[in-house]
Design a protein around this ligand. Structure first.
Ligand code: CP
Ligand code: NVA
Length: 301
């Protein structure tokens, strides 16, 4: 059974296959070519955190594929009142055909896969955001015509986005330099994964060092969902970790800027840089739809 619990679980071939399929589905959608590949299938979508893009892309994507998306807020499910995820997995497996879940702990997603008998898709945990990174890679390939040999840099927190981008970039032949303050690095095993790619991976302290010669600059919020209490401490810790014109001046000509959104202008990115790259950032948001459809089709194969 195929899941997408984290990007590490998918090989380079599987990632590229998903991107190729997303390209095809995007073309078909844009050209009015029907592709109801998942007719009669039901996707349960469990949300324990807020979402705009993930919810809408999965809901619309499932509909376009001829299936039925079932929105399940954790506030309404018994899971929100303490019913174990192990039991929820076994019950839902008898009603529906796949689950997409957005939650806090990665182990909850892994438990769904262990106890359920249907494909499980990670729609964001504190640890990773694989669906977003597939859309990001799709966008880079669309704008640059390739991935292999490009340099990405990530400025900011060693969070779910940084973790999945390190895996996604390196698995697809890009190099990636990340810049984060001390104490905000990705987990040790992600750093080790990066280091196993030699000089294709670099952990920097100064944003400008990571951005030098970059073809793609990526950033994300300083305080993720669930870290609202740390907002003030993080604002101080991340001072200077901003994507602004000065940082962009050391990147390669034609460098793209991507952001998973929502963005906090004036914090991790200036309004000027954001607007100058709005066409890339909103294509990236749209590509969530096409990438998610590819993930769904692959998980149902
Ligand atoms: N980028 C992303 O996952 O957006 P949402 O939180 O709106 O789903
Ligand atoms: N790091 C952010 C990503 C949002 C898509 C968060 O987890 O809130």
């Amino acid at each position: 059974m195929k899941h997408l619990l984290k990007l590490e679980d998918w090989s380079t071939e599987e990632i590229i296959e998903a991107l190729d399929l997303a390209d095809r589905l995007k073309y078909e959608q844009k050209n009015g070519i029907e592709h109801k590949i998942l007719k009669g299938k039901t996707l349960g979508m469990i949300f324990e955190k807020a979402s705009t893009r993930t919810r809408v892309s999965f809901e619309v994507g499932m509909t376009q594929l001829g299936g039925y998306p079932l929105f399940l807020s954790s506030n309404d499910l018994q899971i929100g009142r303490g019913e174990p995820v192990e039991d929820t997995a076994r019950v839902l497996s008898r009603f529906i055909d796949a689950i997409m879940i957005r939650t806090f702990e990665q182990k909850e997603v892994e438990a769904l896969a262990e106890y359920g008998s249907i494909p499980i898709i990670n729609g964001l945990t504190d640890y990773c955001h694989p669906c977003q990174v597939l859309a990001d890679l799709l966008t880079i390939r669309e704008f640059k015509g390739k991935l292999e040999g490009l340099k990405m840099c990530f400025i900011g927190d060693g969070n779910n986005m940084m973790n999945s981008l390190i895996v996604g970039a390196l698995r697809t032949g890009m190099s990636i330099s990340v810049a984060c303050p001390e104490g905000y690095e990705p987990p040790k095993h992600i750093l080790e994964f990066g280091e196993s790619f030699g000089d294709k991976f670099e952990l920097c302290r100064k944003p400008v060092d990571a951005a030098k010669g970059a073809d793609v600059v990526y950033t994300d919020v300083w305080a993720s969902m669930g870290q609202e209490d740390e907002k003030k401490i993080r604002e101080a810790a991340f001072e200077g970790y901003q994507v602004n014109d000065e940082l962009m001046s050391v990147t390669n000509e034609g460098c793209m800027v991507l952001h998973c959104l929502p963005a906090h202008r004036g914090e991790e990115i200036t309004a000027e840089v954001f607007e100058a790259h709005a066409n890339e950032i909103f294509e990236e948001a749209e590509n969530r739809l096409h990438a998610q459809k590819a993930v769904l089709v692959k998980c149902f194969e």
